[in-house]
Design a protein around this ligand. Sequence first.
Ligand SMILES: Cc1ncc(COP(=O)(O)O)c(C=O)c1O
Length: 387
Amino acid sequence: MSVSRVIAEQMERASWIRRMFEIGIQLRRERGAENVFDFTLGNPDVEPPEAVIAALRRVVAENRPRSHGYMPNAGFPEVRAAIAKRLAERTGVPFTGKDVIMTVGAAGAINTVLKSILDPGDEVIVLNPYFPEYRFYIENHGGRVVAVETGESFQPDIARIAAALTPRTKALILNSPNNPTGAVYGAEVLRELNGIIREPVLVISDEPYRPLIFDGAAPPETLSIIGRAVLAWSWSKAMAVAGERIGYLAIPPHLAEAAALVNACTFANRILGYVNAPAIWQWVVAEVPDAAVDVGQYQAKRDLLCDALNSMGYDAPRPQGSFYVFPRTPIPDDLAFIRLLQNEGILAVPGSGFGRGGYMRLSLTIARGDIERALPGFERAIRGTRA
Ligand SMILES: Cc1ncc(COP(=O)(O)O)c(C=O)c1O
């Protein structure tokens, strides 16, 4: 067998994703695709904003000299400077181009920083429930996952985090707005977190959903509040360009180890095989860094789904951001409830896939019409649990 033991075990752990995919194929075959309502995907169902496509056309038409070759591993210096300027305005942290490394999405940014800081056996705290890929990213670099339960409304529980810190702790991954819960972390809890994070621990603030925020709220800037936070950013969700793989890592210049960390991350970006972020898309995002999809359509779908589910007797709090709803399953066994939904042609992700049983994740990237047509199935499923 040429597949490594580690990868074989990780694939087994992730096999529920493949099983769900296969169930989706089977249901579509049995019922017809139009009668299957897929709430599982975190892939934006909208087109990128016109400003992004216009910038892409301009960049391609200009065909700048040397725009397709290797560039410094951290990215084009002009692009890094433009991103840093915008980030400094937003956060008040005096970023300059040397503090920004363009990456292959947020996944590339997180892997790059973990590769740079972890020695085998070092610990990384994640807040439960969490994006399941974090486990693999951490294990990619010999790290150990320490999952800490969140508290009220899925906010970080500072006492539990403090109790989980050990001399081996190297990082804590924060994700707000959150996948899967839709929670947005408040300024006060971030301040409390800042109070317990000491060198050498780094907070990795994973923020691909920051622009996807509802009800006109503004999420607090993690980098303004937490002194030892680095930013893993991505335009995958904000611009609906997940397949283009563009993001960045920002390392605040006030960190004592900033210069060493930038060098290490630039090197890690190279040796992980990314080499550099996609060239054309670096120029595009530098032109329109704040372009974002219409959040209103996600908010309208959130309201439709949460109002309907709550009126049926589900406990489905409205997410404050991201594009996920994370209701409790009406019975504690989320896998059993997911099967009841499948009988109705509805595909949802069990909360246990994120480390929290008794819940399910429903993605709002599904078409509005499909949500409407799925509602009777949700109603029959909850009634089925009461029969
Ligand atoms: C919380 C979270 N972090 C990171 C990522 C990876 O995003 P990217 O496409 O930028 O690599 C995702 C993608 O779904 C995500 O949900």
